[in-house]
Write a protein that binds this ligand. Structure first.
Ligand SMILES: NC(=O)c1ccc[n+]([C@@H]2O[C@H](COP(=O)([O-])OP(=O)(O)OC[C@H]3O[C@@H](n4cnc5c(N)ncnc54)[C@H](O)[C@@H]3O)[C@@H](O)[C@H]2O)c1
Length: 308
């Protein structure tokens, strides 16, 4: 079986590329990125455990994949992703991410490829109670253009009905080390600040409020499960390793870096919005995610040791 990974240089795509040989069934992998994120390092020493071939492509272009054939599965990670910056880049992000998905949908339909689509738990926005995938529309309150686009993407796929075989995973905020690691996201940003002995800015009401996180190791388990179990039922699933408060994350960081500096700020910080998400639906489907993000935090801080 052959796999196509888009956005292979990114935080998730680079981890997936390095581990793809662990997915039974996959014999050949084509990996694609437009290199906009400049994470060339993700391409170094990829090895050849899984017969991997890299192509530079901008998949927001309609015909960018027209020469690729015989692909059984697509894992679509290509996206502009910085939620905080998405307010100033709204139009560009909208065009890029929606056009990428259009290309992918048309490719999958033409080639009969099964699609893993990545959405985000940020579609839930701010919530007082625990939310799950079956919540009413009024409980979906995306708070950024990035999260808004994720909902639009989910709807695009829903509209395809049975013309396409896909599954959407709403990933919690990723924690963990990969070649293409980025530091816009909560845990990684905190680790970076801690390593540089900088203030960690915490939104004043966020300290004891929950949000969902996903270890990179668990993210990979989701991909492996979906392909090995042929789990493509045109539905939406939350994927998270756990819900944690900012305070709990800071305590985990303190285990490795005792003297961190925390500053409470009044400006709303996108990655500290509060919502608690249920993982029951994926559990019931047979996948229980339980990696400890303590390990991801430890690994990230280790990567950054001796910085200050
Ligand atoms: N990292 C997280 O915390 C998180 C959480 C929830 C969902 N997700 C979703 O998972 C997916 C992957 O996230 P990530 O953290 O790896 O993102 P990332 O920003 O680290 O990587 C995305 C990659 O896509 C590439 N790309 C962007 N536009 C492209 C285009 N037009 N053509 C080809 N390549 C293009 C970029 O160059 C980059 O290397 C995204 O859809 C993201 O929204 C991520």
């Amino acid at each position: 079986m052959n796999l196509l990974i888009t956005g292979c240089c990114g935080h998730i795509g680079s981890y997936l590329t390095e581990n793809v040989h662990k997915i039974k069934k996959i014999k050949k992998t084509i990996i694609i990125d437009n290199l906009e994120s400049n994470r060339y390092y993700s391409l170094f020493n990829i090895g050849n455990k899984n017969n991997i071939k890299f192509l530079i492509r901008d998949i927001s272009r309609k015909n960018s994949l027209s020469d690729i054939k015989n692909i059984n599965y697509v894992i679509h990670c290509a996206s502009m992703t910085n939620a905080e910056k998405s307010f100033s880049k709204k139009n560009k992000m909208y065009r890029n991410n929606i056009d990428c998905l259009k290309t992918i949908i048309s490719f999958c339909k033409k080639n009969n490829s099964k699609l893993i689509h990545l959405s985000s738990t940020s579609v839930y926005g701010k919530q007082a109670k625990i939310v799950d995938e079956s919540c009413e529309k009024k409980f979906l309150k995306p708070q950024s253009p990035y999260a808004d686009i994720k909902l639009l993407e989910e709807n695009m796929l829903r509209k395809e009905g049975n013309a396409l075989n896909y599954i959407t995973f709403r990933f919690g905020t990723i924690a963990g080390v990969s070649k293409g690691i980025r530091f816009h996201t909560a845990v990684n940003k905190f680790c970076f600040n801690a390593a540089l002995n900088q203030n960690i800015a915490v939104y004043k009401t966020a300290m004891h409020q929950y949000r969902p996180y996903l270890s990179l190791r668990d993210a990979f388990k989701v991909f492996k499960f979906s392909i090995e179990k042929d789990f493509f039922n045109n539905d939406v699933y939350n994927a998270l390793s756990g819900n944690y408060t900012v305070d709990q994350i800071l305590k985990k960081i303190k285990k490795s870096r005792k003297n961190i500096k925390v500053k409470l700020v009044k400006t709303l910080i996108m990655n500290q919005l509060s919502y608690k998400v249920s993982s029951q639906k994926l559990n019931k489907a047979g996948l229980k995610l339980k990696s400890k993000i303590d390990q991801d935090i430890k690994d990230t801080l280790k990567l950054l040791k001796n910085l200050s």
